[in-house]
Ligand binder design. Structure first.
Ligand code: ADP
Length: 368
């Protein structure tokens, strides 16, 4: 009997130990799962025969699959991507780490960097671990930067080539031809002015875009600011006989960077005059809701074709390149507007009908 009791006690101790181990393993497994679930990267664990052991929610989203359904299936059955499947085969065969970039078109058009590692036990291959980083945004930014450099170079090259050409012509004898030499110098001056506007706009844009961009906030009276901006356009308005109304009510204020909002109004009013007809009109207005102040510049100008509307705030995007250049435009005015407004936490928008006119506006948060 005593022997039996002793054995029972021993058995209980073993059971208690086992329970503790099971609890420990369950806790560890929950911890691993929680880490996998919260990872931004996609993670897939495969056995040596490429059957899926586990995958996290990011992989579910990337490939539009369900973790429960996919688990236990062969990799290619669950994730129909040949490039990835080849990568898995290579890792299992060569037993070495491989990093590769792949693109998907379904369910989403994206770019990924895949880090694939063999899972080895005593030098035996036991499976493969895939870590998937979404690099779509990085690639997009790289393309944008490349396009931007190409655009800037092109914009600088055109006036520089002209300036060089006309200087050569003058040096080769045209200098003695009084009438023509003056005309050539005027062309050189116009191109130099274009280079000046372009570098100025590039500087404004880069300062608005920089992460360290600081806003010098103060309470600004919008009507007064718009009136001040309008003073600078007197000659332009007169030249095209354009009438302008500042309908912003007196005393309407926002907390904002005065110089920067002045730049926004300047660019919008400049466009409203530039792309307007003779004897046209421009209206500056505001609308107030309980949380926002909307300021708009409406014109009776050429308007913008519907197909160009979604891209109009992009850098260097112009409906009519030749016309914009002729009018002294750089193609950067609206992207400066967008950046400055977004720097203030606001948003920009427009309504436009080709041949009838445009209405550009921005909204700023109200502060009490
Ligand atoms: P820029 O005026 O120097 O060409 P912007 O970035 O200010 O560059 O404007 C981009 C393009 O948007 C212009 O070239 C023009 O085609 C179009 N645009 C802007 N404002 C107006 C407007 N008020 N009316 C018609 N078209 C406009």
């Amino acid at each position: 009997m005593i022997f039996f009791k002793k054995k029972l006690k021993e058995l209980n101790t073993v059971i208690a130990g086992l329970q503790e181990k099971i609890f420990f393993l369950e806790r560890e497994s929950r911890k691993d799962q929680a880490i996998l679930n919260s990872m931004i990267e996609g993670v897939v664990v495969l056995a040596a025969d490429t059957r899926i052991t586990s995958l996290n929610p990011t992989v579910e989203k990337i490939f539009g699959i369900d973790a429960q359904e996919a688990t236990g299936k062969l990799f290619l059955e669950a994730i129909r991507n040949n490039e990835l499947n080849e990568l898995v085969s290579d890792v299992l065969e060569k037993k070495e780490f491989i990093s590769k970039e792949i693109s998907t078109v379904w369910p989403l058009k994206k770019h990924f960097e895949i880090n694939a590692s063999p899972i080895l036990e005593d030098k035996e291959i036991r499976g493969c671990l895939l870590v998937i980083h979404d690099i779509t945004e990085i690639r997009k930014l790289e393309t944008m930067r490349r396009d931007f450099v190409a655009n800037v170079s092109h914009e600088l090259k055109t006036p520089l080539t002209s300036i060089k050409g006309f200087i050569e012509t003058l040096l080769e004898g045209a200098l003695d031809d009084k009438e023509n030499s003056r005309h050539f110098l005027e062309i050189i001056r116009d191109h130099a002015n274009r280079l000046d506007s372009l570098t100025q706009d590039l500087l404004i844009l880069s300062s608005a875009e920089s992460k360290e961009a600081q806003l010098d906030l103060s309470s600004i009276d919008l009507k007064e600011l718009a009136d001040k901006v309008l003073l600078g356009f007197k000659a332009q308005l007169k030249k095209k006989d354009i009438s302008i109304r500042n309908e912003i009510p007196a005393g309407l204020t926002v907390q904002a960077d005065s110089d920067k909002i002045e730049q926004v109004l300047t660019n919008l009013i400049d466009n409203a005059i530039k792309f307007n007809r003779e004897k046209g009109w421009v209206r500056i207005y505001s609308e107030e809701t309980h949380s926002k102040i909307k300021v708009g510049v409406e014109d009776s100008g050429f308007g913008i074709p519907e197909k160009d509307l979604p891209r109009i705030f992009e850098r260097f995007y112009r409906v009519d390149k030749a016309r914009s250049r002729e009018l002294g435009g750089t193609g950067l005015g609206l992207s400066i507007v967008k950046h400055i407004v977004e720097l203030h936490g606001g948003s920009v928008g427009l309504e436009s009908t080709e041949g009838l006119g445009s209405n550009f506006f921005f909204s700023l948060q109200k502060h009490d």
